[in-house]
Ligand binder design. Structure first.
Ligand SMILES: CSCC[C@H](NC(C)=O)C(=O)O
Ligand SMILES: [Zn+2]
Ligand SMILES: [Zn+2]
Length: 405
């Protein structure tokens, strides 16, 4: 059987090697330009950092003065360990799931994270605009940003700060979420804030056979110990079910992991310095300013210094009740398609944080239910049926939120 044109286009998008650290953004922009031409969308490209394009495909609404809808996706994907893949990660190989070819798995880096979302938006617009000739009340901007996978500093961050972004008059945004091995659709209304902190200790040196006092390592150990104990208390909270018996999610607690340790030159030389780096993710209920002050005080107490490599200090979340006029429309469209919603705080960081900090309500959704979580993993794939269902999903959701009065 021949491949549907929508799947063919998705495969073409998946084959573009927008892989970090040297993403082919130029081929990607050309692909998106062609999509815009086919769909009759306005097309704009802006590079806030040379070679890192923010691409915007716009569909004007009938009431263009109303705040617009942003359909956000990042175009870059994370690197691969190709030797662990069953199929080349940028071939988008289509493999039948049974002898009859009832369904197919499409293997590609970025299939889940997040090209199914970005391309799902485009196919949904194609259906609504080109095939069904519908008109939306609000203007829709499908925004394709670079570099999310390395923090979005040269992409979404600069875009949100730009005059072009202000001109979009954004009222509501959709962005990425995560697959769910269980049935409900995970809807992320906030995310944990990254705190990447280094503790740097300096001390006395000397021969490794002596009792040297005030060493760098001695200063670092109680700091590590303190954070390990903190980690343990958070783990206990995480393991304790809610009163109604439901499990807690990672987004509800703060995690702390010792991810970097550096010190030493030779076995018999007491090192002059030692560094411990932690990846801490703060749940929005935490007072971030106080948390940072506590880390600084901890370092000072033990004679060390801190360096914050990343520190996100905004804990805005998106309202998921009637105070957010887009929520009931979103909820209704999603439940009409048979999904149960599971509201969550995203455990890691996405570009939605820049939108929420700028005051734009954003929901993170990847419409993959009863599907394995494969983002950043070997053999990342989506099923063809999941991609086709994603088009239905976005057609319903886009029409609902873009027609909110
Ligand atoms: C602080 S920028 C890092 C961004 C990255 N995002 C994801 C989704 O893995 C993370 O949370 O580690
Ligand atoms: Zn992603
Ligand atoms: Zn990712």
């Amino acid at each position: 059987m021949s491949i549907r044109p929508s799947v063919q286009r998705f495969i073409e998008y998946l084959r573009i090697k927008t892989v970090q650290p040297t993403p082919d953004y130029s081929t990607c922009t050309k692909f998106l330009r062609r999509q815009a031409q086919e769909l009759g969308l306005d097309f704009n490209v802006k590079e806030y950092v040379a070679g890192k394009p923010v691409v915007i495909l716009s569909w004007p609404g009938t009431s263009p003065s109303l705040p617009s809808i942003i359909l956000n996706s990042h175009t870059d994907v994370v690197p691969v360990f190709e030797e662990f893949w069953d199929y080349p990660p940028f071939d988008a190989t289509r493999v039948a799931t049974d002898a009859q070819g009832t369904d197919f798995k499409i293997y590609a880096r970025g299939s889940q994270d997040m090209k199914i979302v970005g391309h799902g938006y485009l196919e949904a617009i194609r259906r609504l605009k080109v095939e069904e000739k519908q008109q939306m009340l609000r203007t829709i901007h499908a925004v394709f940003v670079p570099d999310e996978e390395i923090g979005g500093h040269d992409g979404m961050k600069l875009f949100v700060e730009s005059k072009e972004f202000a001109a979009l008059n954004a009222g509501f945004a959709l962005d990425e979420g995560m697959a769910n091995p269980d049935k409900p659709l995970r809807v992320f209304y906030g995310e944990r804030a990254p705190c990447w902190v280094k503790f740097i200790a300096r001390g006395n040196t000397g021969h490794g056979s002596q009792f040297i006092e005030g060493t760098a390592a001695e200063k670092l150990v109680p700091i590590i110990d303190h954070l390990m104990q903190f980690r343990q208390t958070q783990l206990q909270i995480y393991k304790t079910p809610h009163d109604d018996g439901s499990q807690r999610t990672l987004g509800e607690v703060t995690t702390a992991n010792l991810t970097l340790l550096n010190s030493g030159v030779q076995h018999n030389v007491v090192p002059e310095n030692a560094t411990a780096g932690f990846d801490i993710r703060m749940t929005p209920a935490v007072d971030y300013t106080e948390f940072k002050r506590d880390l600084e005080a901890l370092a000072e107490k033990h004679g060390a210094e801190t360096e914050f490599v990343q520190f996100w200090d905004d804990n805005s979340t998106t309202a998921t009740d009637t105070s957010n006029p887009f929520w009931p429309a979103f909820e209704q469209a999603v439940t009409a398609q048979g999904f149960d919603i599971f509201k969550e705080i995203f455990p890691a960081a996405t570009d939605s944080r820049y939108l929420r900090r700028a005051g734009v309500p954003a929901l993170g959704v990847t419409p993959l239910c009863q599907a394995p979580i494969l983002l950043h993993d070997h053999n990342e794939f989506v099923k063809e049926s999941e991609f086709l269902a994603a088009i239905d999903f976005y057609a319903g959701v886009i029409a609902a939120v873009a027609n909110v009065h």
